[in-house]
Ligand binder design. Structure first.
Ligand code: ZN
Ligand code: ZN
Length: 285
């Protein structure tokens, strides 16, 4: 049974290998089909498709869109989409713009108001969480500029206040809608990031499915056997497609290889056809 890999990053986002290099690595790893899923960008696809054609590897057009729900950053993978869709390209461009600039901009505004803080302090405080205004509020509290988080929002951070900057990460429903309107299938990446399991995850997946989610990334480099089983169970129960991939980034995640993840990953080519069929069905409706 052939191996595929539906989650790979290149130098077009935060990966360290070019699309052509990633496709060559996949070829060496005997991967027969792969999806390039760069963060909020599809510009790596032409090169990957060209190299794939040379080496006889099928390239599935993909993307990974960052979204936020509460204090969880959820990544929505898009597969089999029309990556040349001008609306999609435009939406991804504005998403990149706001993602890279919003929180640092808030900090800059606070600095301009005479407050002593740095974006680095905010990032450090946030740790593995997606940086958000609550972290900035906490820094302002710690430094004695405000008496509470509410005070920080009321004085500086809320809409209409002097350090407010428009736009956050989109809601997952928006990311799903963008993927679908470009003819693709939307899949929840690395579900552990939702920070919920059991009934909480069940509820989340049901809600996302109502928003148009088509699948769940069951097979993933860092999933334990128990997690894989749990996600497989949810996929069956909620009639979601099953996908899998390494989330290869190159040197920034040195323990993860194309196709095999940490060694134990094996994503079956059998998962590919249902994904393609779902995308085709979507385009005809
Ligand atoms: Zn991700
Ligand atoms: Zn990723």
């Amino acid at each position: 049974m052939s191996r595929i890999d539906l989650h790979l990053h290149t130098t077009h986002s935060d990966g360290s290998f070019s699309p052509a290099e990633v496709v060559r690595l996949a070829h060496k790893a005997t991967v027969t089909a792969l999806a390039i899923t760069d963060h909020d960008i599809v510009s790596g696809l032409p090169e990957a498709i060209e190299t794939g054609a040379e080496l006889g590897i099928e390239i599935i057009p993909g993307v990974e869109i960052s979204s936020r729900l509460g204090n969880s950053e959820l990544h929505i993978l898009g597969y089999c989409l029309d990556w040349q869709d001008p609306e999609l390209i435009q939406r991804l461009a504005s998403l990149r713009e706001s993602r890279h600039s919003r929180n640092p901009q808030i900090v800059e505004r606070l600095q301009a108001l005479g407050l002593d803080l740095t974006y680095e302090e905010v990032r450090t405080l946030a740790g593995t969480d997606a940086v958000g205004r609550p972290h900035i509020a906490r820094i302002l509290m710690n430094k004695g500029y405000v008496s509470s988080a509410k005070d920080a929002f009321d004085q500086y951070l809320a809409e209409g206040r002097p350090a407010y900057v428009e736009r956050e990460l989109p809601h997952p429903a928006d990311a799903i809608a963008w993927i679908k309107s470009a003819g693709g299938v939307a899949v929840l990446a690395h579900p552990t990031w939702a920070k919920v399991a059991g009934e909480g995850l069940n509820e989340l997946l049901r809600a996302l499915k109502a928003d148009g989610l088509g699948g769940i990334e069951v097979h993933y480099s860092t999933h334990t056997k128990r997690q894989t089983r749990e996600y497989l169970d949810f996929a069956k129960r909620l009639d979601l497609l099953i996908t899998g991939g390494s989330d290869f980034h190159g040197v920034t995640k040195p323990d993860i290889e194309v196709g095999t993840g940490r060694g134990g990953l094996k994503v079956s080519e059998k998962l590919l056809e249902p994904l393609k069929q779902a995308a085709l069905g979507r385009r005809h409706t």
